[in-house]
Design a protein around this ligand. Structure first.
Ligand SMILES: Cc1ncc(COP(=O)(O)O)c(C=O)c1O
Length: 420
C-alpha cells in the first residue's frame, strides 16, 4: 500500500492516524532511562520531534505564544474528524455528539487534575474567563482586583461590569523581577478591601512569561473571603500542575496554545461549590443550577475541533509532560543566559528557573520594540512579537518543542549585534 492509499484507507475507516514514525519510537525508547532534564538537552531526541511538524522555512518562528500550530499527527486526525463529521451529517450530532463530548471532558479533566464535573470545553480563555466575570451578580460598589499585566480582553470585561453595575476595579502592577513570592502576594493583598469579591491573576503573564505564585495568592485571598480566578492561557500543557492543587475558584485556558489543538478550543474550570451561584450567559434550563454544563450552551459548533482534543492530548502524553516542560525551560534559559547581563539588553523575565518556562521577553534599551521586531524579521529572519506596555518594552520570545538550539543561536547573534 503506498502512502496515498494508506491515508485514504485511514480516512475511510476512521482509524486514528499513527504517531510520527519509527524514528520517534526509537528515540523515545532511548530517553526512557533519562531524567526530563537530561532529555531536555538531547538534541537527537528533539530533532525527531521536529520531524513531526511541517515547519515554514521563511523564518525562525519564535512566536508560538499566540497559538502553537499543530504537529502533523494531530493535523491529520483533525482532517479525519472534519471528513467524518461531514460524512455523518446530523446523524452524528443527534446520536454521538454528546457522548463524545462527555468523554473529551473526562480526558481533559484527568489531564487538568480536577473532576470532569468542574470542567467544560469552551472556545478559548476569553470565553471561559468572561463567562465567570459576567456570571457574578455584581452589586454597585463591589470591588475586583487585577493587574495591569493581565490580558486586555479580561480587563475590558471588568471595565464593562464597572459601567453596567458600578463595580470598582483595583489595578495592581506586578514587578518583572520580584525578590520573593511574598513580594508578589503582598502586592495583591494590599489591594483587597472588605468590598473585594474577586481577584484575577495570571498563572503566566503573557507578555513576559512570568509564572506567579498562584497557590500562595489563593490562600491569602481566601483568608480574606475573596474568590480567585486564574488566567491560565499560557500555563496549560506548558508547565505541570493540577488545577485542584492551585486552590483557585475559577480557571480558564486556551487549548490552541500549548496543547496544540487546532484553533478555537479552551477550558473553563469552576470549583464545584461555586457553580450554583454563577449566572450563565446563554439561557439553558436543561441543567440543574449546580451543573457546570449550564455554562456551556454553545449552540451548534465545530465538533470536529473538540474531537481533536483527544488526539492532541495523546500527542502531548507521548512527548511527556515533564519532558516538554524541561525542554521549554531549557530552550528559554539557553538563550537568556547568553544575553541577560550584556550592556544595552534588558531581560523582562525573571532569572529564577521556577518563575519562567518557555516564554521570555527581551528588549534593547536603545530600540523601540516595534523596530526590534521589524529588524529581527527583515534582517535576521526571526519572527517575534513586539510588546510596548508601560512596564514591558521588548519582544516576546516563544520557542516551541520543535525549536532547535541552532535557531536560538541565530537569534542570540542578532540580539548581540543589535545591542552593540
Ligand atoms: C494571558 C492571556 N489570557 C487570555 C488570552 C486570550 O486567549 P484567547 O484569545 O485564546 O481567548 C491570552 C492570549 O494570548 C493570554 O495571553
Amino acid at each position: 500500500m503506498n502512502k496515498r492509499q494508506f491515508i485514504k484507507t485511514i480516512a475511510a475507516t476512521g482509524l486514528a492516524v499513527p504517531a510520527f514514525g519509527e524514528g520517534f519510537e526509537k528515540a523515545l525508547a532511548k530517553v526512557q532511562i533519562q531524567t526530563p532534564e537530561e532529555t531536555a538537552e538531547n538534541e537527537e531526541f528533539w530533532a525527531e520531534v521536529r520531524r513531526g511538524y511541517k515547519i515554514k522555512p521563511d523564518y525562525v518562528n519564535l512566536e508560538n505564544g499566540y497559538y502553537c500550530f499543530t504537529p502533523q499527527e494531530t493535523l491529520q486526525n483533525y482532517i479525519r474528524h472534519v471528513q467524518d463529521i461531514n460524512f455523518q451529517g446530523s446523524y452524528y450530532m443527534r446520536t454521538r455528539q454528546f457522548d463524545d463530548k462527555a468523554e473529551i471532558r473526562k480526558k481533559l479533566a484527568a489531564l487538568a487534575g480536577c473532576s470532569h464535573e468542574e470542567l467544560i470545553v469552551t472556545r478559548n480563555t476569553t470565553e471561559s474567563l468572561d463567562t465567570v466575570i459576567a456570571g457574578i451578580d455584581w452589586k454597585a460598589g463591589d470591588e475586583a482586583v487585577m493587574a495591569e499585566q493581565d490580558y486586555g480582553a479580561m480587563l475590558d470585561m471588568f471595565k464593562l461590569q464597572a459601567r453596567r453595575y458600578g463595580i470598582i476595579n483595583k489595578i495592581v502592577s506586578v514587578p518583572n523581577h520580584p525578590a520573593s513570592d511574598e513580594e508578589v502576594v503582598s502586592i495583591y493583598e494590599k489591594a483587597i478591601t472588605p468590598k473585594t469579591r474577586l481577584l484575577m491573576v495570571c498563572h503566566m503573564i503573557n507578555i513576559t512569561g512570568h509564572i506567579l505564585p498562584i497557590r500562595k495568592i489563593c490562600d491569602m485571598a481566601h483568608s480574606k473571603g475573596v474568590e480567585v480566578m486564574v488566567d491560565g492561557a499560557h500555563a496549560f500543557a506548558h508547565i505541570n500542575y493540577k488545577i485542584s492543587d492551585l486552590g483557585c475558584d475559577y480557571y480558564g485556558s486556551s487549548l490552541h496554545k500549548w496543547l496544540s489543538v487546532p484553533l478555537g478550543t479552551g477550558i473553563l474550570y469552576v470549583k464545584k461549590d461555586k457553580i450554583a451561584k454563577l449566572w450563565q450567559m446563554f439561557g439553558d434550563m436543561g441543567y440543574k443550577d449546580d451543573d457546570i454544563r449550564k455554562l456551556n450552551h454553545t449552540g451548534t459548533n465545530p465538533v470536529h475541533t473538540d474531537l481533536t482534543i483527544a488526539d492532541a492530548i495523546n500527542f502531548y502524553e507521548k512527548i511527556g509532560r515533564e519532558r516538554k516542560e524541561a525542554r521549554l525551560r531549557y530552550l528559554q534559559e539557553y538563550w537568556t543566559k547568553q544575553v541577560r547581563n550584556l550592556p544595552n539588553i534588558v531581560l523582562n523575565t525573571p532569572a529564577d528557573s521556577h518563575r519562567a518556562c518557555g516564554i521570555a521577553n527581551v528588549g534593547i534599551a536603545t530600540m523601540k520594540p516595534t523596530d526590534l521586531a521589524k529588524t529581527l524579521l527583515e534582517q535576521y529572519k526571526v519572527w517575534t512579537v513586539a510588546i510596548d506596555s508601560p512596564t514591558v518594552k521588548g519582544c516576546r520570545i516563544t520557542p516551541n518543542i520543535y525549536t532547535t538550539t541552532a535557531e536560538l543561536d541565530t537569534f542570540v547573534l542578532a540580539l548581540k549585534t543589535l545591542a552593540t
